[in-house]
Design a protein around this ligand. Sequence first.
Ligand code: DAH
Length: 339
Amino acid sequence: MSDLGSQEAKIRSAASAAEVDALELEIFSRKHGALTLALKELATLPPAEKVKKGQELNQWKQTLTDAITARRQELSAKSMGALGSDDKLDVTLELPPHDRGHQHLIPEFIRQIEEVFGRMGFDVAEGPELETEENNFNKLNIPETHPARDSQDTFWITDPNEKLPPDKRYVLRTHTSNMQIRFASTHKPPFRIICPGRVYRKDSDATHSPMFHQFEGMMIGKDISLANLKGILVTGLRELIGRDVEFRFRTGFFPFTEPSLELDMLWQGDEKDSKEGRWLEMGGCGMTHPNVLKNCGIDPDEWQGFAFGFGVERPLMIKHQIPDLRSFYHGDLRFLRQF
Ligand code: DAH
C-alpha cells in the first residue's frame, strides 16, 4: 500500500504529461500495474480480510485516478500559460517586406498598347510565329528579289533553295505584318486591328536582338487618309511613352505601303551619344498598297487604309533610358526589379 502511496506523491509532482502517462501505466497496466496486481491478490485472502482490503484498494483506485486527472489539468494549464508569456504574439508587428513578383516589362507594355489602341477602337488580333513565305512576304507585295528575304536576315525553316510553292515554305515571321494578310483575308472591312507579338531576325547588338517584339496596326475603311494615320499614331505613342517624347517622320519605302513613312524618336540612353541624343528608328507606316488589299480579296477602289509596325523594345528603351536592348532578355533580377 505504501507503494501506492509513493505513486500518488510521484503523480502530484510529475513534471510533464509524459511522466504522468508513464505513472498511470505503472499503476493501472492490465498486466503489471501495481493496483492490478494487488487486486488479483485479493482472491488468495481469507474472506474477512478480502472485504476490508477490497474496500481499501477501491479507495486507492479513486484517489490515484483523481490525482492523475488533476495533475494533467495542472500541467496543461501551465503550458497554455507559458504560450501566453514566453511566446508572446504581437499581432500589430509589421512584417518584413515581402518579395512579390510582377509582370516583365515587355508583356506589361504590350498590355498597355492593347489598352491604349483599344480605346481608339482597335481590336487585338494574334497569329502564329511560324509563317509561310506567302503571308510573310508574297502577299505583302514584297518581291522575290527584296533584300528582306535574304537568308542572312530571315530564319528559314524549310530549305530556302528547295523549289516549293510559297505557301509550303516556312520562315519564323520577320515582322508582325503577316497579320495584315491573315486578318484582311478573313474579315470584311471596315476594321481596325492591333497585333502584338514576337518576331525573328538574324541580328544581335545593343539595339537588335534575334527575337524581339513588334506591334502591327491596320485600319481599313472608307476615306481614310494619311492625316488619320499620323493622328492615331502620335496620340497612341504619346500616351504610351510620354507627353514630351520627340518624334520625327521621314519618307520611307515599304513594298506594302504607298506612300510610306518611317518614324524616329529621340533617344538619350547611350553614353557614347552626344547630349542631344540620337534618333532611333521605331518602325514604319503608310497607306496600304492596293496590291495588298487585292491579295486579301478587298477592292482597293472601294476601301483604303493604313498600317504601321513598331518595335516594342525600342520605345521601352526610350521610356526608361535603357542603354542595351539585350537587358530585356537576360533575366537579371537587378534589372527587372527596377520596373
Ligand atoms: N514590317 C516592317 C518592318 O518590320 C514595319 C512596317 C512598316 C510595318 C510599314 C507596317 C508598315 O505595317 O506600314 O520593318
